[in-house]
Design a binder for this molecule. Structure first.
Ligand code: FAD
Length: 462
């Protein structure tokens, strides 16, 4: 029998005793669980790994914790800063001016002020002016229509072909590899406007104790609110039962809930969606691919540069940038005389480089870094670590706004707060917190409206 896609809307009004499952213990799952538990719901949070924090996770070294992937905040991160306020952590954030450099021809060229661009030797003088114009125009122009044109077309039109090829293309490739041509101009516009800083220049923020502090505080608040946190318990299947209730399957068996909030990366959720759920999913783009990342974290005995970020998008290097997080963080958060540099490369999880051993990556990348900075010596390296993540950033394509998964996937039953939905907001903790807030608000509005999806009998028999 074929599935009946028409859904009926029935059901009860909001009950604070609703039994809600949250899938994923990254910042989106933690925030969702926090908001749900604060409003009196019974919450079970499933985290597949042994650590909370998702991509913001950390490891321990000599009594301190360090993020596996570089993380910082921006002054414009409203929802995240509001959450930190709620958690009474806001006073422990600290802020510093940060700068950007671009490696070219054995030199790091600062690229922070208009005068830096005027002196930017990789570009001809005319191209410098055109890139500058693109920057000014990008800040002034509205985002209307930008989802439907590619970043390649938009930037080429504004900056010209040669400036695009020399300057913008390597930046896009650094994030999206060979899929950069599909990325909409809106993605670029949004990122550009998030990181623009103000007249005083760019400023970034960090929190005393690192991102672990935020995760630990959220965990403690969740436990105090009675949330059942189930670590190392990946959800392998999400489906609807005959009464249209969500049912989750883990290695510990099946459990039925009133509602579910999914925060795991879209491809993982999609793989776990059972046949009944699939049949009632709204028409939308169901395949959303993701870029992964490799970070090699170096503990150095000397600073590398004064810049937070040095772009090295040249093909001869195995990484696209060096993020010197110690230009932002206090010594108390990293150790006296210790400087932290994250070398980063975004790649698809199927790329052969993702399968290379940590040792091979660390050795090759260190050797390459010594080519970028010839005065770097082996004695400057205290130690190094390599981390990989397969699902970081959705690979956005033109018209993504129309295909973006909805908050309310099955009204009254299954809700989404995933990285696939943040667009055009930048994929970051701030966007994830904002998305979690929005998803829970929509769930609550559905509850007030009494929306509960009932799956038809034919559908379940299909
Ligand atoms: C290199 C790098 C640099 C970054 N820099 C910054 C930065 O400077 N500032 C910033 O704000 N953000 C930054 N980010 C982005 C930020 O970390 C992410 O956008 C954010 O963590 C996404 O949170 P999330 O909870 O939506 O997803 P995730 O962090 O991906 O969390 C998803 C969670 O779901 C769990 N999970 C997956 N499948 C299952 C399952 N089947 N069952 C149960 N659990 C499951 C995972 O284990 C994970 O814990 C960076 C990310 C990377 C990789």
């Amino acid at each position: 029998m074929t599935a009946n896609h028409s859904l009926s809307t029935t059901g009860k009004h909001h009950s604070s005793h609703t039994n809600v499952a949250v899938i994923g213990g990254g910042i989106s799952g933690l925030t969702s669980a926090f908001r749900l538990a604060q409003s009196g719901r019974k919450v079970t949070l499933y985290e597949g790994s042994g650590q909370l924090g998702g991509l913001g996770t950390f490891f321990k070294h000599e009594g301190r914790t360090f993020e596996k992937f570089y993380h910082c905040m921006l002054p414009s991160d409203g929802p995240l800063l509001a959450l930190l306020e709620d958690l009474k952590l806001r006073d422990d954030t600290y802020w510093k001016p940060t700068t950007f450099g671009y490696w070219h021809d054995s030199k790091v060229l600062p690229l922070n002020k208009p005068v830096d661009l005027l002196k930017f030797s990789p570009l001809s003088f005319i191209d410098r002016l055109r890139v500058g114009f693109t920057g000014v125009y990008g800040r002034m122009v509205s985002d209307k229509g930008l989802d439907d044109i590619s970043a390649v077309d938009w930037l080429t039109k504004l900056s010209g072909k040669s400036a695009f090829n020399t300057f913008w293309k390597p930046m896009l490739q650094a994030k999206f590899g060979d899929r950069f041509e599909q990325v909409p101009a809106l993605w670029f516009w949004s990122r550009f406007n998030r990181e623009k800083g103000d007249a005083k220049g760019e400023e970034k923020g960090y929190i005393r104790g690192g991102y672990k502090r935020i995760v630990d505080t959220l965990e403690a608040r969740l436990r105090a609110l009675g949330v059942d946190i189930r670590m190392n318990e990946p959800v392998v299947s999400v489906d609807l039962d005959a009464t249209s209730h969500p049912v989750l399957v883990t290695e510990n068996g099946k459990r039925r809930f009133d509602r579910v909030v999914v925060t795991s990366p879209w491809p993982i959720f999609q793989k776990s969606a059972g046949s009944h759920l699939r049949s009632v999913m709204p028409e939308m783009r169901k395949e959303i691919d993701y870029q992964g990342v490799i970070n090699c974290l170096l503990f150095l005995r000397r600073p590398l540069t004064p810049h937070y970020w040095v772009a090295t998008p040249q093909e001869q290097f195995p990484f696209d940038g060096a993020i010197e997080s110690s230009t932002l963080t206090e010594e108390g958060d990293r150790g006296k005389g210790r400087h932290l540099v994250y070398l980063t490369k975004y790649l698809h999880r199927t790329d052969a480089r993702m399968a290379e051993s940590e040792d091979v990556i660390a050795t090759r990348w260190w050797a390459s870094l010594k080519q970028v900075f010839p005065d770097l010596r082996d004695e400057d390296l205290e130690t190094r670590f390599v981390f990989k993540a397969p699902f970081v950033e959705p690979i956005f394509t033109k018209g993504y706004l129309k295909q973006r998964p909805p908050e309310s996937l099955v009204p009254g039953r299954i809700y989404l707060s995933t990285t696939a939905q943040l667009y055009p907001t930048v994929t970051a903790w701030n966007g994830a917190v904002g998305q979690a807030n929005r998803t829970i608000e929509i769930m609550e509005a559905d509850e007030k409206a009494g929306a509960t999806t009932a799956v038809s009998v034919e559908m379940l028999a299909a």
